[in-house]
Write a protein that binds this ligand. Structure first.
Ligand code: CA
Length: 236
């Protein structure tokens, strides 16, 4: 899940970014409305967290432009505590939800989960072989057993699952796994892939390396046939 955070208050932006990243989201930050608008035109996000009081271009205007482009992207607006009028204008302009500052991070995270669950057409639950991944509660199960993954491993798995069976190049992984300004080398990606491979071991699902290009998530060709052959003879 990739979130665009448009907030000019450095302290709020840093705190939000840190906690959302910890929760496994890739977060990109912009500090003014023009940069927010540019990012929304040129890139794909799963959620926009939008401060209404932004320099250069107001949050309301960013939102109006977004909706004018017929984008269904979920939008959570941040408003001043006494900003009833702002709130109304924001919701009228097409925001999905709002939070008044100051807010408690756990509450914001809960709203983010609810909004990303509604989503933009990506399925909430992804099944691949005997692995299932629920994007709403970020639970991964292999054959019904919960697997514990770090936030980064989870992010990586999600990207690979959304493109299962297809090549995912390293550039795409770097883009979607990390927000801007966050240094991540391709070496680090290799380490996450290595760890994730180990955790997927029991599933028979493999992360194939496509030399020089990237990775591809693959499941055993026919898990059901393999399971059948393991049954004792004369099963029924
Ligand atoms: Ca502001």
């Amino acid at each position: 899940m990739r979130i665009l955070l448009a907030e000019d208050d450095r302290i709020i932006a840093d705190g939000l970014q840190r906690s959302l990243r910890k929760a496994g989201y890739a977060v990109d930050c912009v500090a003014n409305g023009v940069d927010a608008d540019t990012a929304l035109v040129s890139q794909q996000f799963d959620l926009l967290i939008l401060d209404l009081g932004l320099p250069k271009l107001s949050g309301i205007e960013v939102l109006r432009r977004l909706r004018a482009r017929k984008k269904a992207l979920p939008v959570l607006i941040l408003t001043a505590q006494d900003g009833l009028e702002d709130r109304v204008r924001g919701l009228d302009a097409g925001a999905d939800d709002y939070m008044s500052k100051p807010f408690a991070l756990p509450e914001l995270e809960a709203r983010v989960r609810a909004l990303t669950r509604r989503g933009t057409g990506t399925p909430t639950r992804i099944e691949f072989g005997n692995l299932s991944y629920d994007r709403s509660d970020r639970q991964v199960k292999i054959a019904g057993q919960t697997v514990i993954l770090s936030a980064r491993e989870l992010g990586l798995l999600e990207i690979l699952l959304l493109r299962a069976g297809r090549l995912v190049n390293k550039e795409h992984l770097v883009d979607h796994l990390c927000g801007w300004g966050e240094e991540v080398s391709t070496n680090a990606i290799e380490v996450y892939v290595h760890r994730l491979r180990k955790k997927l071991d029991a599933s028979g699902i493999t992360i194939a390396t496509v030399r020089g290009l990237g990775y591809c998530l693959e499941k055993p060709a026919d898990i059901s046939v393999a399971a059948d052959t393991q049954e004792p003879d004369g099963g029924h």
